[in-house]
Design a protein around this ligand. Structure first.
Ligand code: UDP
Length: 340
């Protein structure tokens, strides 16, 4: 397939590009490089199968010309601002980036020959699920607790509307809403890893905190109604996550829209993740206990049985220590990230 990958220089986008190229697909990697790393794409060393384009998904003329020039049939839309805490502080920036610019991308797709659209959605669209609905199924009511979650939910609805309208036309499209739980780990060949600036995600922050002289980890909230008072999340390995994208891309049918949860199906508290980092690195994670971070849901882990049942997806990484260890290996080899 000819795939436009947005946010291609980011953490998940770059892993997806690597996997797509390994599968023989041609990739146009679009990124505005505001938070992504061109180096991650250059390291893929993919020759003519990879075209790197610098620009915004909100630049409709640019996207329109890329779609036409490369005869794109599939879009994987990863580009987004993705920090819950930041979204509470800067909601309009999140709506502009994740919704308004995303709609410009969709406008360009609508006017082109795109047949499949795979969207990086989020478990943040569920907010705090009603009692008894964790693990969370796709049918869980969606009431986000942060502007970030809302931007993902609004975009899901835009895609559902588009898919519905196109199903009634002579040009039906296939749409997949992939709701990620927490993504962690790094590419097993050691080429790619997670390098955000600023870094706010628990696993990389905890790994960095193990280094000599590094700032201690701030643990946000110890009074949650969970078994140890800290938030519970489901950490899916980035390679399993991108495998789910490939499976979805190759099986979704035109005229249909599907939603799948992507998670391991098991929750780990923040304290358990810290313990996993200590086991994986053999070093202590110094911790400072802080107040709750605004926007955080209490406990979110996936019922991912739908994609297993329908597409046969099964995560290979089910042990949090292994997932964390793969991230730690990349940090060890790249202590300053891609730019080191
Ligand atoms: N967390 C924390 N300290 C940090 C980063 C995260 O205590 O430095 C907590 C955060 O409050 C949440 C969990 O770890 O309960 C996962 O947060 P992360 O930002 O990794 O992902 P999110 O769930 O927000 O997508």
């Amino acid at each position: 397939m000819n795939v436009l990958v947005t946010g291609a220089a980011g953490y998940i986008g770059s892993h997806a590009c690597k996997r797509l190229l390994a599968g023989g697909h041609r990739v146009v990697a679009l990124d505005d490089l505001s938070r992504g790393h061109r180096r991650a794409l250059e390291l893929l060393d993919a020759g003519e199968s990879l075209c790197i384009a610098e620009g915004s998904v909100g630049d409709e003329p640019l996207v329109t010309s890329l779609l036409a020039e490369h005869a794109i049939d599939t879009v994987m839309h990863f580009a987004a601002l993705a920090y819950v805490g930041e979204s509470v502080e800067q909601p309009l920036r999140y709506y502009t980036n994740n919704v308004a610019q995303g709609l410009a991308l969709l406008g360009a797709c609508d006017a082109s020959g795109v047949e499949r659209f795979v969207f990086s959605s989020s478990c943040a669209t569920y907010g705090d699920p009603p009692e008894g609905l964790v693990p969370v199924p796709e049918t869980c009511p969606q009431h986000p607790t942060s502007p970030y979650g809302w931007t993902k939910l609004v975009y899901e609805h835009a895609l559902l509307g588009w898919s519905h309208a196109r199903a009634l036309s002579s040009r039906p499209v296939a749409v997949a809403l992939l709701r990620y739980f927490n993504v962690a780990g790094a590419d097993s060949s050691g080429v790619l890893g997670e390098d955000h600036d600023p870094e706010t995600h628990l696993v990389p922050v905890a790994i960095r905190a193990t280094r000599e002289g590094a700032a201690p980890l701030s643990l946000f909230g110890t009074d949650y109604p969970t078994h140890d008072g800290t938030c519970v999340r489901d950490y899916v390995h980035v390679e399993d996550l991108v495998d789910a994208h490939i499976l979805t891309m190759t099986s979704i049918k035109r005229g249909k829209a599907v939603a799948y949860n992507l998670g391991v199906g098991r929750g780990h508290s923040v304290r358990e993740v810290i313990a996993a980092v200590e086991r994986a690195t053999g070093r202590r994670v110094p911790v400072v206990e802080k107040r709750r971070r605004p926007g955080d849901a209490v406990a979110l882990y996936a019922d991912a049985s739908k994609i297993t049942r329908e597409l046969g997806w099964k995560p290979r990484y089910t042990d949090i220590v292994e997932t964390v260890a793969s991230a730690a290996r990349w940090f060890e080899a790249n202590p300053r990230g891609y730019d080191g």
